[in-house]
Write a protein that binds this ligand. Structure first.
Ligand code: ME8
Length: 526
């Protein structure tokens, strides 16, 4: 069986989870669920990044020791994963013993290796330069800007401070040619293409050696055999992806089955770490680099940057409570072409919920299932001879699966959903054209055929929409009496059996009614 290993970034625990974190994890969840349904053995990893100066400062501000602090706040990310119905197979915390072990092992492996120019990959020096705690990143003078307040800032807007300390360095400069050749040989390694071009031009400009140990604070993984040094939090954090599959035991079944990871999903803010440093670290340690990194875009809220200080960070729990989990899952992946930046607005959310979900899919299912219940004895109707129009709708619902495979291999969630909703549209037009309510009086055999075709189209749609909206589609498949063992794509062609009793239909997507409104708003009617 083919393996599929997918990872989210591990999130810093200093911050409460918001919709940005939910977005990345959700995108991975959809891929993990799709791949499972499509016959892969999936390993889906998420977790928390708990070391470094930023977390140490947050713990100090809370007046709690770092370990106790991270134990407490890491839980918020587990709770979020549960609330979002995330199907992760593992949740890693960088403070776990398995991870300390793996981080020290990768350090040793890199330290024992030579750069492509034949020099030691790690050497002791002194770092004197700029550091942004918020990004946990070192910046060159040429990358900084000066704000209105006269203070220097990183390109991300984070404040920087001058740091001078003894430090071990990774000989990143020697890896430039190797990286450029690697990108050229692996054109799918960085996506989307615009991001790939940015990384390639960044590397072409030349790389500087990277400081990979810190000595001015304590909260991190100790560098092996170097008292006083802790590992740079990004080397520690990136290593989580191999810790979770058993590194340093590279001969284990899990490691050999899973590594190299198929996809590291990240936001565009942390692409450089994943597409430049990580493959170089891995190659130096004698481990093959991951297969792909996808850097998605950034969410703003009602046109504004989401931030703690603006107090507008959207709490996923709040969204779920307000709109329902599956509509939120759908909205985030449908509204914005994946890879581009997006804006969260209440108006857009309600538009999608009442339009695509309540009207287009929800009504379709409700109309068909209640009609069957009332007029076809509450069982899967028996089809007569299929007309070309019937065959066409069934074929449309069947043939969208290869499109999903292609689009999801490119992480084009919006295109996958668009292809599915084209079929939802076809099915709605088919109901209107065939008018089963009129056939009831004139031709019951034909009416049953039409209802069968619609139920079969709904079955195929529900199977394929499952990764995006697992709860709602479970309810729909229940209402179609699809057996539990016939809900993956191996059973895609196991058509509905005429005569099977169907449970009473229940609406799957309640319409969103504005608070205080007596009736659905105009937007809701579409
Ligand atoms: O960077 N829009 O953790 P982090 C979209 N610990 N995505 C967003 C977002 C927004 N407004 N805000 C956050 C770290 N994200 C490191 C990662 S991995 C080895 C270590 C998402 O808590 C997006 O995926 O700052 C981004 O890359 C990630 O959260 C940053 O999470």
């Amino acid at each position: 069986m083919k393996r599929y290993y997918i990872t989210t970034p591990i999130y810093y625990v200093n911050d409460a989870p918001h919709v940005g974190h939910a977005y990345t994890t959700l995108a991975c969840d959809v891929l993990a669920r799709f791949m499972r349904l499509d016959g892969h053995r999936v390993h889906f990893l998420t977790g928390t990044d708990e070391h470094g100066q930023k977390v140490e400062k947050a713990a100090a501000a809370a007046g709690i020791a770092p370990k106790a602090f991270t134990d407490m706040v890491s839980q918020n990310f587990r709770t979020l994963a549960k609330a979002l119905n995330i199907s992760n197979d593992d949740f890693i915390r960088t403070t776990e013993p398995r991870h300390i072990l793996a981080s020290q092992a990768i350090w040793r492996a890199i330290a024992a290796s030579k750069s492509p120019k034949g020099r030691d990959n790690i050497y002791l020096g002194k770092y004197a330069g700029w550091y942004a705690v918020r990004d946990e990143a070192f910046y060159g003078e040429n990358e900084l800007t000066t704000g209105d307040d006269g203070r220097k800032r990183a390109p991300s807007g984070a404040e920087v401070e001058w740091v001078e300390e003894p430090s071990y360095f990774f000989r990143l400069a020697d890896w430039q040619d190797w990286l450029l050749a690697f990108y050229a040989e692996n054109p799918r390694f960085i996506a989307p293409d615009t991001r790939r071009n940015e990384v390639v031009s960044f590397v072409r400009q030349g790389l500087e050696d990277l400081s990979i140990s810190r000595t001015t604070f304590k909260w991190g993984v100790p560098v092996p055999d170097a008292p006083g040094h802790i590992m740079y939090v990004w080397l520690d954090a990136l290593t989580n992806y191999i810790t979770a599959v058993g590194y340093p035991d590279t001969k284990s079944d899990l490691f050999t089955a899973c590594w190299p990871a198929d996809l590291h999903m990240v936001g565009k803010d942390i692409l450089r770490f994943h597409a430049v440093y990580w493959p170089a670290f891995l190659k130096a340690a004698g481990v093959e680099p991951q297969r792909r990194v996808f850097a998605h875009g950034w969410w703003t809220v009602e046109g504004q940057k989401m931030s703690k200080s603006l107090g507008n960070a959207i709490e996923p729990h709040h969204l779920i409570e307000k709109y329902g989990l599956d509509p939120v899952r759908y909205f985030l992946l449908r509204e914005v072409p994946f890879g581009q930046d997006g804006d969260f607005s209440h108006r857009a959310m309600v538009h999608r919920l009442n339009g695509d979900l309540a009207n287009d899919l929800g009504n379709l299912a409700q109309r068909v299932l209640s009609f069957i219940q009332k007029n076809a004895g509450g069982v899967v109707p028996k089809a007569g001879v299929l007309a070309p129009g019937d065959e066409k709708l069934i074929a449309a619902a069947r043939n969208v699966l290869p499109t999903l495979r292609t689009e999801l291999a490119e992480q084009a969630f919006h295109k996958a959903l668009d292809a599915l909703w084209q079929v939802v549209g076809d099915a709605n037009r088919y109901v209107d054209e065939q008018a089963p309510w009129a056939l009831r009086k004139t031709d019951q055999v034909r009416m049953n055929t039409v209802l069968y075709v619609l139920a079969e189209a709904l079955r195929r749609l529900a199977l394929q929409i499952q990764p995006f909206m697992p709860d709602a589609m479970t309810r729909l498949l229940d209402q179609l009496a699809v057996p539990a063992d016939a809900r993956d794509y191996a059973a895609f062609d196991r058509t509905l059996v005429a005569g099977t009793t169907l449970p009473p239909p229940l609406g799957i997507f309640p319409r969103y009614v504005e608070e205080g409104a007596a009736a659905p708003t105009r937007a809701a009617k579409k």
